[in-house]
Design a binder for this molecule. Structure first.
Ligand SMILES: Nc1nc2c(ncn2[C@@H]2O[C@H](COP(=O)(O)OP(=O)(O)OP(=O)(O)O)[C@@H](O)[C@H]2O)c(=O)[nH]1
Ligand SMILES: [Mg+2]
Length: 323
């Protein structure tokens, strides 16, 4: 599934309607008294969280939004109708930054909506200005502009578990084998350019582009995506058995995670040694032993072995349910 994970929108709340100058009329008489109504309030702008990642794509081309204006007041003391509020739907997990004020909002609950901009108040009609000393006020005020700002919307996926590992470790292959995802797989590095998502018994799991040494400082492609795993409950660390030194592979990636954000290495982590079909059973055993010294949760898999895939599935779900 392709999705945009960062967009910028220009948003404006509705302008208030103008107050107006109007006079009561009676047959044969002019200008009986003031009767100009107030302008209606401009619409507010809300952001609303939905459990649907694909909605970010809506904002690929349309980037300017404005809530409805309040209607102007009218005669016979009628106030203008308030402008309708504008609700901008965003995927659950979006972080919305008002670039003018720096204020950040994170949408964490499905259906939650938060006001981000206030519509302008309506102006005052001449009727309101009537007083004992001024019975024929010919004054009205215009509606106020609505608040406006540019917003940066960043999506930090709410995934339960994220695959990390070197390029070519088999992360996307595994995502496809475990879920109904259809991630691109290739026998070259950096096949995955943006995260893919899959569902495993109700748990959302995602691969991210491969990490390399220096990823935490921006090397390779993975850096931009590391933040996606910041809020996952669990990390599935894939290490290909093609690595001659699985322990070194393990620590290199762990160091990158730690440098990027200390909290990443405190997460529950399951190591999956991949591509068991490419090495001897003795080599698998040896690699498991080495990793067990560093992390007790080690599973193995080959995607061409249905039995092994099933076992891995059960193993991962058991850990996920236990979190
Ligand atoms: N023999 C064998 N090959 C595998 C296995 N799993 C993955 N591969 C192959 O390994 C290569 C890399 O697989 P990917 O799933 O694209 O690896 P990745 O970790 O997502 O790679 P990047 O997206 O580049 O980081 C592909 O050619 C896969 O066919 C396995 O269990 N056995
Ligand atoms: Mg991949």
């Amino acid at each position: 599934m392709a999705f945009i994970d960062e967009i910028q929108l220009s948003i404006k709340a509705g302008k208030g309607g103008d107050g107006v100058v109007r006079w009561l009329h009676e047959k044969g008489k002019e200008y009986m008294g003031p009767s100009g109504g107030d302008g209606g309030k401009g619409g507010d702008v809300y952001v609303k969280a939905l459990r649907d990642l694909s909605i970010l794509a809506r904002y690929r081309n349309v980037k300017q939004f404005e809530a409805e204006k309040g209607a102007d007041g009218s005669r016979n003391s009628r106030d203008g109708k308030a402008g309708e509020d504008l609700v901008i739907e965003l995927p659950l997990g979006s972080v919305i930054t008002n670039l003018k004020t720096g204020k950040k909002i994170t949408l964490l609950n499905d259906g939650e909506s938060v006001r981000i901009l206030k519509g302008g108040n309506g102006g005052v009609g001449n009727e309101e200005f009537r007083s004992s000393t001024n019975i024929r006020p010919d004054r009205a005020t215009p509606g106020k502009e609505g608040e406006a700002a540019d917003f940066l919307i960043e999506l930090e996926l709410l995934v339960d578990a994220g695959f990390v590992g070197f390029p070519n470790a088999g992360k996307s292959s595994l995502l496809n084998a475990l879920t109904r995802a259809n991630a691109k797989v290739g026998d070259y590095k950096f096949t995955t350019l943006e995260p893919n998502l899959g569902e495993l018994y109700g748990f959302i799991i995602a691969d991210i582009p491969g990490l390399i040494e220096g990823a935490s400082e921006g090397k390779g492609l993975g850096h931009a995506f590391l933040r996606h795993i910041k809020r996952t409950k669990m990390i599935i660390h894939c290490i290909s058995l093609e690595n001659e030194d699985v322990a070194a592979a393990y620590t290199t990636i762990r160091d990158e995670l730690k440098t990027y954000d200390e909290s990443l290495i405190l997460k529950k982590e399951v190591v999956v040694l991949t591509k068991t079909d490419l090495v001897t059973p003795a080599a698998v055993k040896d690699a498991v032993k080495k990793i067990k010294k560093l992390n007790k949760d080690v599973l193995t898999v080959s995607i061409i072995d249905d039995e092994a895939v099933k076992k891995l599935k059960d193993g991962l779900v058991k850990v996920l349910r236990g979190l």
